[in-house]
Design a protein around this ligand. Sequence first.
Ligand code: UDP
Length: 497
Amino acid sequence: METTLTLSAKPHFVVIPWPATSHMIPIVDIACLLAAHGAAVTVITTPASAQLVQGRVERAGGQASAGITVTAIPFPAAEAGLPDGCERIDHTPSVDLVPNFFDATAQFGEPVAQHCRGLMATHRPSCIIAGMCNTWAHGLARELGAPCFIFHGFCAFSLLCCEYLNTHKPHEAVASPDELFDVPVLPPFEFKFARRQLPLQFLPSCSIPEVRLRELREFEMAVDGIVVNSFEELERGSAARLAAATGGKAVFAVGPVSLCGTPGLFDSRADSDDARRCMAWLDAKKDRSVLYVSFGSAGRMPPEQLMQLGLALVSCPWPVLWVIKGASSLPDDVNEWLQENTDADGLQESQCLAVRGWAPQVPILEHPAVGGFLTHCGWGSTLESVAAGVPMATWPFTAEQFLNEKLIVDVLRIGVSVGVTKPTEGVLTGAKNGGGRPKADVGMEQVKTVLDMLMDGGVDGEARRTKADELKAKAKAALENGGSSYMNLEKLIQFAG
Ligand code: UDP
C-alpha cells in the first residue's frame, strides 16, 4: 500500500493535539504510525510545543518522519488573559486560569480552520484526529467534508466506564462522595467506585467551566470515531463494547504507540545529561532489581505525603529510581531531607536516585534492570509499563486513574494496589493549597508492604511477572504486520480514504 500511493492520492490526516504534555506524546506518536503506514499527516500545534512535536517526529525516523508536516499556529494566550508562552494546560500557573486556558483553546479553532481551508487547494484533508478539548474540530471536519475522530488519551475500558456514567449517572444518586456504586461494564468483573474517584467531568469541584464540559460531551457524541492508544488483546473486548455503547462509532485501538519510535532513543525533552545519568545508573544494576517511581508529567504529592513515600523508598532493599516533579516548590525541610537521603548525582551511597525533572521514561521502563513501577496509573505510563513487561504498584492521583487501576489490578492482574481511596488534588480538580500542611493519607508502612509485594511477592509476584511478560509479547505483536493495531491503523486510513 505504501509504495502504490502517489502523494495526492494518499489520505491526508490533520492531527490537532489537545495542548497538554502527556496528550501530545501519544497523539504525535499516532501521527507517526499513520505516516509509517503511508498516510500524509499534518500536525497542527503552537510555537511553544513545536519543538516537542518535531522531536518526536524525528525520533520516529524513516517514512514516519518524512510523511509528516508540523505546522505551528500562534496560540491566543494573551488574548485569553494567560501569561505569554502558556500554551499547554500543564503550564497554567494557577487553577484560576484554567477557564482562560479553555477560552484560548476555543479561540484557537478559528486560525486552525483558516489554515485547513488553505490546505483544500493543495492536499485536501481527508480526516481530522483531534484532542478531546478541541471541540471545534467536528464543525471544521464537516465544513471540509472529512470524518472526525477524537483522541482522549484514555484507554477503551475507562472510556467505557465514562460512557456508562454519562448514560446511567449512578454517581448522581449517591449521598456522599465516598459512597461506592457499581459500574458494571465488563462482566464478569465487578467494579465499584466512589464519586471522588471519577474523572474530572463527573466531579462537582471541577475547575473546567460547565459550558466547556457540555461542549466536550457534544463533541464526543458528534464524532465519527474514537482513536485509542491501546491494543485489542489488552482490554478484554472493551473497544468493541465501547463501539456498541456509543451507538456504533468506529473505535480503533492502534497502540501501544510508545513502541513506534526507534528503540533506545531518548525522548528529546529529556535533558541528555539527566537521561545518560539515569541509564548509566541502571546499567550498573542487576536485572529486575530496580523499582522505578514516577507519577506522570505533572503529578505532585503534598509535602507530608511525599515524606512518607520517601521514608518507604529509602528504607527498601531495592535500588530505587524516583522521579520528583515540582521539587522547587517543596518546603525547605523536605528538600533538605531529599538532599540528605537520596542520591542527586549518582555518586552518593544512597540506593535511591532522585531525578528532579523530566526522565526518559520509556527507555527506563524498557531497561532490563527495572523490575517494578510505582505509578499514578496515567494511561500513558500504564501502557508503557505493559509494553515493557513491568508489573506495577498503583497509586492513582486523579482523572481516570482510579478506573485504570481496576484494569491493572483486577482485570489484567499485573499490579498491586497501594490502597489509595482519595484523589491527590491538582490544578484541574479546582483544589487550592489551603493553610497548613495536610497530613499524609498513606503511611510509610503501607507503602513498604505494597512494594514488597510488587518486587518480590512470592508466588503471586511471580504470577504477575509472567502475565506482564505475556502482555509485553502481545503488545509488540499488535503493531507488527497483520497484528490487531497494525490492521486498525490500516482500517483508519481506509475510513479516511
Ligand atoms: N513522562 C516522561 N518523563 C517524565 C514524566 C512523564 O517521559 O519524567 C511521560 C511518560 O512516559 C508518559 C507521559 O509523560 O508518556 C505521562 O502520561 P500519563 O498518561 O502516564 O500521565 P499524565 O502526565 O497525563 O498524568
